[in-house]
Design a protein around this ligand. Structure first.
Ligand SMILES: Nc1ncnc2c1ncn2[C@@H]1O[C@H](COP(=O)(O)OP(=O)(O)OP(=O)(O)O)[C@@H](O)[C@H]1O
Ligand SMILES: [Mg+2]
Length: 492
């Protein structure tokens, strides 16, 4: 099906989010939709997906005008939508989620769980992922949820698939498999819209690109005629540097040390230590256990064996409140579930861990809280309306920045970042890297968990590579290379 959007306008109150945007994608074509955080990408796709109405403009499918009043209408027209903020029901199983609204029935009219599970298993097999269709979505980690979302779109046999940052929490081998499947769909004539801040992925899989800046279309063309640097420049409006950022720093004393940390099914005999001013990276493939390891360290991941030392003294972290008191901070991955509180506004979300510091006799000094938040919001260039707006009014990448702002203000001794630049645009990524290095420069011990080899290489003084819950290798800055990291991460 050929899709064409013409002269689309959309405002939220005084905020003109889309101005006269036109966009098209043809059968068998993968078109990238690019732009900084808050440029209007998700909004444009939400209009196509029936989530939001446009103020003006037309949507044409094979030349016929279409206006979707609900996601169900868009879906019925053959448009599948993989949402940026994962859109699964936690209290249902994987197969129930994948068939929601289009359940398969037996001849007798009963739900045919067996057939649905078999169809799911078939897609997972093609994606080469080990998932039980009957498992509850609640028990899945972010990467697997993303895989389920992608699999659901594949199952629908849609003729247009919108992918809004489908790979943010996947690692390279999984991304490769998703791309393989996209190529198959492309050959079958499916039209795809691919939104991503990972420009190398765009170069790899897309045919054409459209760049939005502040709600207007600023560039369009064939991917074969451009390169990563040029795309980045279109997005942010100026050159973006991409060389290594690490500089020699004086390291202080040991801040955090772990000895023989083990937790059944997640990690085993993990030992490491990190010094003041050091940036220590942890990387590996899906299922390497690094997120579970640091959730445990932060007191949010259940019981474990082994011993933690903070500045040389043995500590037991029972819960997150205690972790914060001890000076341990943790920016979680998967912000929708762990990082933000939906019913709170931007300021509350961006300051909650510092409230005790700004409180006297149980009263919070909101003026101080606001000042502190504003400083970080400026450094990180958070694009927002008023601090009192709900966090949900921000674009995905800007929500991520609010979560970062909160922890930067908390002033911890050791700060753990799990996938810190998830969903963040190329320019903002550099701002975040600068901020992390500044923290380290100020004597904070920083731990960065990332599945992006480039992120580890550019940022870290030392990297630990994990495989199936165990430490498989350690690389000093000079020896980090994508191939070497991948070799260790795959258990070779
Ligand atoms: N429901 C809403 N209410 C108010 N403002 C909104 C709403 N949804 C989006 N916006 C605003 O519209 C603008 C564009 O947001 P959008 O989510 O489309 O950006 P995006 O390009 O997808 O960014 P990102 O890369 O961060 O996901 C932002 O300024 C955002 O704050
Ligand atoms: Mg978005």
């Amino acid at each position: 099906m050929t899709l064409e959007m013409r002269g689309i306008y959309k405002s939220f109150g005084a905020n003109d989010v889309l101005r006269d945007v036109s966009f098209s994608v043809a059968p068998g074509e993968i078109c990238a939709l690019l732009g900084e955080n808050g440029a209007g990408k998700s909004t444009l796709m939400n209009i196509l997906g029936g989530v939001l109405p446009a103020d003006r403009g037309t949507v044409l499918l094979d030349g016929r005008e279409a206006a979707f009043k609900s996601p169900a209408e868009s879906l019925a027209a053959g448009i599948a939508f993989i949402h940026q903020e994962l859109n699964l029901v936690n209290d249902l199983s994987i197969y129930e989620n994948m068939f929601i609204g289009r359940e398969l029935k037996t001849k007798a009219g009963l739900l045919d769980a067996k057939a649905m599970c078999a169809r799911c298993a078939g897609v997972f097999e093609r994606m080469d992922v080990d998932l039980d269709p009957r498992a509850m979505v609640r028990d899945l980690d972010a990467s697997y949820k993303q895989i389920v979302e992608i699999a659901r779109a594949l199952l629908m046999e849609a003729s247009i698939i919108i992918m809004d940052e489908p790979t943010t929490s996947l690692t390279d081998p999984e991304i490769d498999r998703v791309f393989d499947m996209m190529r198959i769909l492309k050959d079958q004539g499916v039209a795809m819209v691919f939104i991503s801040h990972k420009l190398r992925e765009v170069m790899d899989i897309c045919d054409r690109y459209t760049v939005l800046r502040d709600g207007s279309m600023v560039a369009q063309g064939n991917v074969s005629d451009t390169n990563v640097d040029e795309l980045a420049k279109h997005m942010v409006g100026h050159e973006v540097r991409t060389q290594s950022l690490r500089r020699e720093r004086e390291l202080g004393g040991e801040v955090l040390r772990a000895e023989g940390l083990s937790q059944e099914r997640h990690f085993e005999s993990v030992s490491f230590s990190v010094r003041a001013g050091e940036v220590l990276g942890f990387t590996g493939l899906l299922g390497d256990g690094r997120s579970e390891l640091f959730q445990a360290v932060f007191g949010s991941g259940g019981k474990y064996q082994g011993q933690l030392y903070l500045e040389g003294k043995p500590v037991t972290v029972r819960d997150t409140r205690q972790a914060v008191e001890l000076g341990i901070g943790y920016v979680p991955r998967d912000r929708k579930e762990n990082g933000i509180i939906k019913d709170m506004d931007i300021l509350e979300n961006g300051s909650i861990v510092t409230w005790p510091r700004h409180a006297k006799y149980g009263l919070i000094n909101w003026r101080q809280v606001k000042e502190a938040f504003r400083r970080q919001a400026e450094t990180l260039r958070i694009k927002m309306g008023a601090e009192e707006d709900l966090i949900g009014s921000l674009s995905g990448g800007n929500q991520q920045k609010v979560v970062l702002a909160k922890w930067l203000n908390a002033g911890p001794k050791v700060l753990i970042f799990d996938n810190p630049t998830q969903g963040v645009d190329v320019g903002a990524k550099e701002d975040i890297y600068d901020t992390i290095l500044e923290l380290a420069g100020g004597g904070v011990a920083v731990i960065v968990l990332s599945s992006e080899a480039q992120e580890i290489i550019r940022l870290c003084d030392r990297a630990i590579v994990m495989y199936h819950g165990r430490v498989k290798g350690e690389l000093p800055a000079g020896e980090m290379a994508e191939q070497e990291i991948m070799r260790i991460a795959t258990g070779a």
